[in-house]
Design a protein around this ligand. Structure first.
Ligand code: SF4
Ligand code: SF4
Length: 438
């Protein structure tokens, strides 16, 4: 079996065995839903509703005129009880708060059968209106990906089903349980680019059941590519290299290599939007970690409190020492589950004190391991040092903005240097400087 891969990266335990065989379970409805206006990548949305309005399930409640943004829809029917700042995974953000009336009254269009769209423009418009974004975590609006500059010739479309982050198995379950939707979504994206061949479903070798199922189901023109289990295999640039052998130039986009990459759940959402008129209203969240009673994969509505997802997972078995949204490598640490699920909530990890124990933090011993494994060929030790000195010019010269924040350097460092945290701080400062200087 030929395994596709990229240069450098790390081999890490995947910790997926507790949830990868857990079928998706629906979480019970909650009393209140909170929709963050800044949950999509790009410009935040503006509310289209006011306090006191009644909204339906599937109704567009916020949108933006900005080129890079995507609308937000209510996942329940009920009353808008507030539009106010609330704590989210991105800090305090303005949110629309809807009190659920438990009637699940949906917008009429969601009850109609969708038609097969004929043109690329029709598909892109549906994807935009449905609020589809990169559901793997990045949150970049998908309709922008489907309309690259005219001079870019797209020859390949890759469904990113690497799911290389430890613990996460939500995409794995989507591949197994929503197989047809994933394939139909990929075919629609291929249709956008007029492709009859060049479709790929790229899956890491640790999902043999999904590989076998997809191989049985895919039509001609789509290859099922098996990826070596290595982190960060799901990073777009590294995935493109593994599958096509092409390199995305520094500062470039996948379209520069003739490729469009979409996440597996995003592909399924495209199919549902086109054929069922369904916007993004829910997603699958892997709940895992030693502090959870019933680790598994839970389908939750966007806007539901994370506490309701934990409740569906049997609650905490002990007070978690650390909570992470997303995976342990690239996810964000959150203070509590008193915040809403968003379209990009792929995982919710609750670690015990033993699991969360931070490594000892000491001086760099200049072993060079971080540089030898950095998949972007950067010098993490130097970036860490320059950030500590506040030398932003040196950070820029060391190409800090090319860092994909994969965390390989932090993972491998024997001195426990929190390198990726330094890098994030420096990038935030450099971008703020750029805004200040116009
Ligand atoms: S420097 Fe950035 S890209 Fe390189 S290993 Fe560290 S986090 Fe990953
Ligand atoms: S891995 Fe850690 S100790 Fe080794 S060179 Fe990099 S920062 Fe220094």
């Amino acid at each position: 079996m030929r395994l596709l891969t990229f240069k450098k990266g790390v081999h890490i335990p995947d910790h997926k065995s507790k949830t990868n065989q857990c079928a998706i379970v629906d979480t019970p409805p909650a009393e209140t839903y909170v929709f963050s206006l800044g949950q999509n990548g790009g410009a935040p949305c503006t509310p289209l509703v006011n306090k006191g309005d009644r909204v339906l399930r599937g109704q567009k409640i916020a949108d933006s005129e900005a080129l890079i943004s995507a609308p937000i829809h209510s996942s329940v029917s009920g009353e808008v009880v507030a539009i106010e700042p609330r704590l989210t995974n991105k800090g305090m953000q303005t949110c629309i708060v809807v009190k659920n009336d438990f009637l699940d009254e949906t917008v009429p269009s969601m009850k109609e059968q969708g038609n097969s769209p004929k043109t690329a423009e029709e598909i892109i418009k549906i994807v935009h209106e449905a609020g589809i974004i990169g559901l793997g975590g990045a949150g970049f609006p998908t309709h922008i990906k489907l309309a690259p500059p005219k001079d870019k010739v797209i020859t390949d479309v890759i469904v990113n089903a690497a799911e290389c982050e430890p613990y996460l198995t939500s995409d794995h379950r989507v591949l197994l349980e929503e197989t047809d939707d994933v394939i139909r979504g990929l075919l629609l994206v291929m249709q956008v680019f007029g492709l009859h061949t060049g479709g790929h479903i790229a899956i890491e070798e640790n999902k043999p059941d999904a590989i076998a199922l997809m191989r049985k189901q895919v039509p001609d023109g789509i290859a099922v590519d098996i990826l070596k289990k290595k982190y960060p295999q799901g990073s777009e640039k590294h995935l493109i290299y593994a599958v096509t052998g092409r390199e995305v130039p520094t500062g470039g986009l996948p379209a520069d290599a003739g490729v469009v990459v979409i996440n597996a759940d995003t592909a399924a959402s495209i199919s549902r939007a086109v054929y069922e008129h369904r916007p993004v209203l829910e997603r699958v969240v892997t709940v895992a970690g030693g502090a959870v009673n019933q680790p598994g994969n839970y389908r939750t509505r966007v806007g539901a409190p994370l506490s309701s997802v934990i409740e569906a997972a049997g609650g905490f078995s002990e007070e978690p020492a650390k909570l992470i949204l997303g995976g342990p490598m690239m996810g964000v640490t959150i203070p509590s589950v008193d915040m809403p699920a968003t379209k990009t909530t792929s995982g919710l990890l609750a670690f015990t004190a033993a699991e969360a124990e931070p490594p000892v933090h000491s001086h760099c011993i200049r072993c060079g391991r971080c540089a030898s494994l950095c998949p972007m060929n950067l010098l993490p030790l130097e970036l860490d040092k320059k950030e500590n000195l506040g030398d932003w010019d040196a950070c820029k010269e060391l190409h800090i903005l090319s860092c994909i924040e994969c965390g390989c350097c932090t993972y491998i460092c024997p001195a426990g240097r929190r390198i990726v945290e330094s890098i994030r701080r420096a990038k935030t400062e450099i971008r703020a400087q750029g805004r200040r200087n116009g």
